[in-house]
Design a protein around this ligand. Structure first.
Ligand SMILES: [Zn+2]
Length: 326
């Protein structure tokens, strides 16, 4: 935590663009959620001015030209309030665009120039503004010209506009120029620890860089694909008539060298195990283990999924989940 104390001290000495410190916003989370439980950072701001990608920590957890921070919610069935990160005046609002996950070029064309989807733009004074994108259709609350306080509900997280997963894209701008709240006042090539951060201390403490988390686990009636999980499928318990059964896990921000092991256990012991070792970082990853229904049907009793993620012999994350067929 040493770097955090150091960067906070620096912030007081070198405010963005020479502006008085009092004029700088300190941003709260744009979602009413618990980091690591109901929301996660999926994509950071891109600091690379060329065609490459570089997030504030010199990693690649972003995409080219990404001018904000994406806070994801678990899947399209998640209902999480979007809230104002700082007090201000509402400048523009948009609602009415459908919630639709962007899956290809055709989807992208359909929302050209409307990439933000349903959103709210708030001015905070001193040339600062925040924008909240991809809100759920029909959820946008404030009116243009309305004064909002920090934490006031603006709508709900959704997936309108250019959104490959349900999230809120929070953009921060100063005099029209995009600013990364993890690393503001940084004009050059530098990257590393947060510098002159514009988050509240609480948010900074809750957001270590690229924190690994398990965002979902459960049972499914067959092979699982990532987009199925993003659509909120497989939330129910196993059923005796399923033609196959798998135990799946879904995690974000995995590291090179992570070994992921999922085991699927039935009442009579382990049915299947799947192991994968990653050769590079993964922003999100899904893995399952399973089998076809036995000739005599699924035995009654307890079914369990187990997940263990290790790296260089050290356990990083683990999780177990279970359900009963009666
Ligand atoms: Zn975004």
């Amino acid at each position: 935590m040493l770097w955090r104390a150091a960067s906070c001290a620096l912030a007081a000495l070198a405010p963005v663009s020479g502006l008085a410190l009092a004029d700088q916003p300190r941003l709260a989370l744009p979602l009413s959620c618990e980091i690591g439980k109901t929301c996660w950072v999926q994509q950071y701001f891109d600091h690379d001015p060329s065609g490459g990608v570089k997030d504030y920590a010199c990693g690649s957890q972003s995409y080219d030209g990404h001018d904000g921070t994406d806070f994801r919610v678990r899947d399209t069935s998640s209902r999480v309030d979007v809230i104002a990160s700082a007090a201000g005046t509402v400048m523009t609002v948009r609602d009415g665009m459908p919630d639709r996950l962007t899956r290809g070029a055709e989807d992208e064309q359909a929302i050209a120039s409307l990439e933000c989807g349903n959103g709210v733009l708030i001015a905070h004074g001193g040339g600062w503004e925040t924008q909240y994108c991809h809100l759920r259709r029909g959820s946008v609350l404030p009116q243009v010209g309305e004064a909002v306080s920090q934490g006031q509900k603006l709508g709900e997280a959704g997936y309108s506009g250019l959104a490959a997963f349900p999230h809120v894209h929070l953009a921060l701008r100063k005099d029209g120029k995009a600013v990364d709240p993890f690393r503001s006042g940084d004009e050059g090539e530098a990257c590393g620890a947060p510098q002159y951060p514009l988050w509240t201390d609480d948010v900074l403490a809750a957001l270590p860089y690229a924190r690994s988390d398990i965002i979902g686990q459960g049972f499914a009636p067959g092979a699982v694909k990532l987009d199925m999980l993003e659509e909120g499928r497989f939330r129910g318990a196993p059923e005796a008539e399923w033609p196959a059964m798998t135990a799946y896990m879904w995690a974000i921000n995995l590291e090179p060298g992570d070994t992921i092991r999922v085991t699927f256990e039935g009442p009579e012991g382990i049915f299947a195990t799947t192991d994968v070792t990653l050769d590079r970082a993964k922003a999100q990853y899904m893995l399952f283990a399973g089998k076809k229904r036995p000739p005599g049907g699924w035995p009654k009793g307890l079914y369990r999924g187990n997940l263990e993620i290790t790296n260089a012999g050290r356990q990083r994350l683990s999780q177990s989940w279970q359900s009963t067929i009666e």
